[in-house]
Design a binder for this molecule. Structure first.
Ligand SMILES: O=C(O)C/C=C\CC(=O)C(=O)O
Length: 282
């Protein structure tokens, strides 16, 4: 199933795409698709629905973040070898964990705001994993049973804030609008193998990133297990699993960064496409 939310922030409505890609409203079944409603019982219930009985939404605008009330937005750094190399970093021996503040979350096609004075804002297409049940100390061979679904994430990053302003990477990762998620939350049953998905990103029509999740250093199941050794996971939590090479920071000899007016377009096989316009927050 491809679940989505539409409408302005604070008034989002739940919906589902049918086999003809028509948006069908789910408000008669659930109040929202968020951390308080998402679980495997809900997924089972939605799987039994006759979608033709649900009202078609003619203009589902704007497409909102694909899940609401996210408790934790956990990200993994340097999880593709070529990306680690392009940044000049060592290949990590253990997953690198950092945070995106949940206030960074936005819809797949919402504008991305360059923070005041920012000159080093960069892109990163990533596979997002949405947790469907609570767990702690999760074994690797059980980890995928905790996944409600998957989505596209753009892990937008202000490199100067991230690496030259002291402390952790978080200052550069959690600015408002730096976490578009969606357009859809694609349920786990649609994705036979999360390690076989192509992902790509273009800026103004030029392709900068093109990779496959089979190149991850630490797989989805390793990451869920690893993260759960340090914190409990709850439904609606997102783990964004790292980006392939081709970020602006890695371009040689001179890195390039986003400018107001540019358009990012990014996608993952089976999970849909995002498109964002970059604007200045002044
Ligand atoms: O400065 C570094 O060492 C790493 C730079 C980029 C890595 C990153 O942000 C990631 O998400 O991966």
């Amino acid at each position: 199933m491809r679940l989505l939310r539409y409408g302005i922030k604070g008034q989002e409505k739940p919906a589902i795409l049918d086999e003809k890609d028509q948006v069908r409203d789910l408000s008669s079944i659930i109040s929202d698709i968020d951390s308080t409603t998402l679980n495997f019982a809900l997924i089972n219930k939605l799987q039994q629905l006759d979608l033709s009985t649900l009202p078609i939404v003619q203009n589902p605008h704007p497409i909102a973040a694909c899940i609401g009330k996210v408790g934790k937005f956990i990200c993994i750094g340097l999880n593709y070898k070529e990306h680690a190399k392009e940044t000049g970093a060592k290949i990590p021996q253990e997953p690198i964990i950092f945070n995106k503040w949940t206030s960074a979350i936005s819809g797949a096609n919402d504008d991305v705001l360059l923070p005041r004075g920012s000159t080093h804002t960069d892109w990163e297409v990533e596979l997002g994993v949405v947790i469907g049940k609570a767990g702690k100390y999760i074994a690797q061979d059980e980890a995928l049973s905790y996944v409600a679904g998957y989505c596209v994430v753009n892990d937008i990053s202000e490199r100067e804030y991230q690496s030259h302003r002291g402390g952790t990477w978080d200052k550069g990762k959690g600015c408002d609008t730096f976490g578009p998620i969606g357009p859809w939350l694609v349920t786990y049953d649609e994705i036979a193998d999360p390690q076989k998905l192509e992902l790509w990103l273009e800026v103004d029509g030029k392709r900068y990133q093109h990779g496959n999740t089979d190149d991850m250093i630490f797989s989805v199941k390793q990451l869920i297990s690893y993260v759960s050794q340090f914190m409990s996971l709850q439904p609606g939590d997102i783990i964004s699993t790292g980006t392939p090479s081709g970020v602006g920071l890695g371009i040689k000899p001179d890195p390039i960064f986003l400018k107001a007016g540019q358009i990012m377009r990014l996608g993952i096989e089976k999970l849909g496409i995002q498109q964002q316009r970059v604007i200045s927050e002044d």
